[in-house]
Design a protein around this ligand. Structure first.
Ligand code: G3H
Length: 525
């Protein structure tokens, strides 16, 4: 058990069980060590946090069968259960979960280096997401508690589950983004196999018991190990109906390729992005600079929604670059629990070297580091470099850096800029800074077709979670939000009957007897 002093790890957390068919099964095979890149000694040394199972293919396939059996091709208890009963399970889970806040928040900081306020926010936001999902599901149920008469047919239309979901979350939001997939998937009656990301694994341990106690056997199953060794074989069986993944398109495509019946496989994917900020000449620079600082460097730029390139108009580039670079150098680096810290250790040990490669490549091709501290490497960090002028030949222009480096490119002609964005492989969001409506209007009209959210005078972000979160091109498949996710993880299905006395009498009896979980006009308030 991890103690609650934020800055020390007194005991290791050995997660030697996995959740299979409602049981926490002991794993006595190989274990993988979990290290934090946070060091507390004077000489740098990663901190050992604990261990997790290095599961193998046969075990993973056994766990898959638990989810397959619980779904039972749509005949299982969970997919046919009454709405109220599924909601009761979800409520029980979130209540248990709330008691684990301190442990989960501490592990978020140590495993992925997220600051204390952001870790707390991730936890609280996830709890809120679950309550909002319950409310939205009730609304969906209320809206479906009726019959529609069309061309002499009475139709009772609801949304039904899709099947067995393989759920794979990302390391940067190991709780929130994963649960934003898992919770709606379960709510709609699907069963799931969930594998945590490569970092941010132990923080799920405090929640395993909550899963176990709240849901019927086999509905939610948790495995550990490498994607190639456990997730790929699971896909190969063809027993997965939905691949729900937040990560990158390379792994999403590799997993899809394993599936033998591609037409049966639904995809719900949150993928890479390279959200630009566009700073027009009349932008409020104080505002634009602060938003670009947060947008590009909160959680060290390790957000899919992070601003990963800044386009600044020629007329204001000198002033913007100078003031922005100065602000970057004011950001405080430190341990995640320290007051006022904005930059924290990078959880991926090889990330500083990768970011340095991007910087060196850009420098070779003509960019300069504008800020004094930019590119300073330590054992677990590289101080954010502001690079200018960036061009299309540079790796930092082409690749999603997902880390602390900010490329800036200037522009003069907005039409050329739109053409450039239209050529990009990414299409999630954009931040647009300016105020003249005659300039903004034509830009907005095109930008909404290049990305899926145009943020006016603010940085890009996913939240509030009730808003649609999606992307074009390589950035996403499907739409997530509290409301949309319930639809993404379900399909419309209905009872149809010709409008005649014989059928109507049967329907009436079905409704009165309350013997069907599907055919019902009752609803929850
Ligand atoms: O990593 C991508 C997340 O969805 C970003 O969410 O904009 O709330 O940080 P956020």
């Amino acid at each position: 058990m991890v103690n609650t002093n934020l800055d020390t790890i007194d005991s290791l957390l050995h997660q030697n069980t996995y959740l299979d068919n409602g049981k926490l099964v002991n794993w006595d095979g190989k274990m993988d060590e979990v290290h934090s890149t946070i060091s507390t000694s004077s000489e740098y040394k990663p901190t050992l946090l604990g261990t997790v199972p290095h599961m193998d293919e046969p075990t993973a396939l056994g766990v898959l069968n638990s989810a397959v059996n619980a779904y039972d091709k749509g005949k299982g208890d969970w997919p046919t259960m009454r709405v109220k009963e599924r909601i009761d399970c979800m409520k029980s889970f979130v209540k248990h979960m709330q008691t684990k806040r301190t442990e989960v928040v501490k592990l978020l900081m140590w495993e992925i280096g997220k600051t204390l306020p952001d870790s707390e926010k991730e936890f609280d936001r996830t709890v809120q997401y679950i309550y909002d999902t319950i409310d939205d599901y009730k609304q969906l149920d209320r809206d479906s508690a009726k019959f529609e008469k069309i061309d002499g047919i009475n139709a009772h239309i609801r949304r039904g589950p899709l099947g067995v979901v393989l759920c794979l979350g990302p390391y940067n939001y190991p709780l929130n983004e994963t649960f934003a997939l898992l919770i709606p998937a379960l709510m709609m009656g699907n069963t799931a196999v969930f594998k945590p990301a490569k970092h941010g694994v132990l923080l799920l341990s405090p929640l395993l018991e909550a899963f176990q106690k709240s849901f019927p056997a086999g509905v939610i199953n948790v495995i550990y190990g490498r994607g190639r060794e456990v997730a790929a074989p699971i896909m190969k069986t063809g027993k997965i109906d939905v691949l729900a993944l937040i990560g990158n398109s390379t792994s999403a495509i590799a997993l899809q390729d394993q599936h033998p019946y591609k037409n049966r496989l639904r995809l719900i994917l949150g993928l890479e992005a390279k959200n630009p900020a566009i700073i027009l000449p009349d932008a409020d620079l104080d505002l634009a600079i602060e938003e670009c600082i947060n947008g590009s460097l909160s959680y060290n730029g390790q957000r899919c929604t992070a601003l990963k390139i800044i386009y600044v108009h020629d007329k204001i580039k000198e002033e913007f670059n100078e003031r922005f670079s100065k602000r970057v150098d004011e950001l405080k680096f430190g341990q995640p629990w320290e007051e006022g810290v904005k930059l924290t250790p990078l959880p991926e040990p090889n990330k500083p070297a990768y970011i340095k490669e991007l910087i060196d490549d850009a420098k070779e091709k003509g960019a300069k580091i504008l800020n004094k501290k930019g590119g300073t490497v330590t054992d677990n960090y590289i101080y954010p470099a502001v690079l200018y002028p960036v061009n299309e030949s540079m790796r930092v222009y082409q690749e999603e850096q997902f880390g602390p480096v900010v490329p800036i490119k200037s522009f003069n002609d907005t039409q050329e800029l739109l053409d450039e964005m239209a050529r990009s492989n990414y299409g999630q969001q954009v931040s647009l800074f300016g105020k003249n409506v005659d300039t903004l209007a034509p830009l907005i009209d095109v930008l909404v077709n290049l990305v899926c959210r145009v943020n006016l005078n603010s940085s890009c972000q996913r939240g509030p979670d009730v808003l649609p979160f999606t992307g074009r091109k390589d950035s996403a498949v499907g739409t997530l939000s509290v409301h949309d996710a319930l639809r993404s993880f379900s399909i419309r299905t209905f009872l149809a009957s010709k409008d005649n006395p014989h059928n109507n009498d049967i329907i009436r009896k079905l409704l009165e007897s309350k013997t069907s979980n599907f055919v019902s006009t009752d609803y929850l308030l």
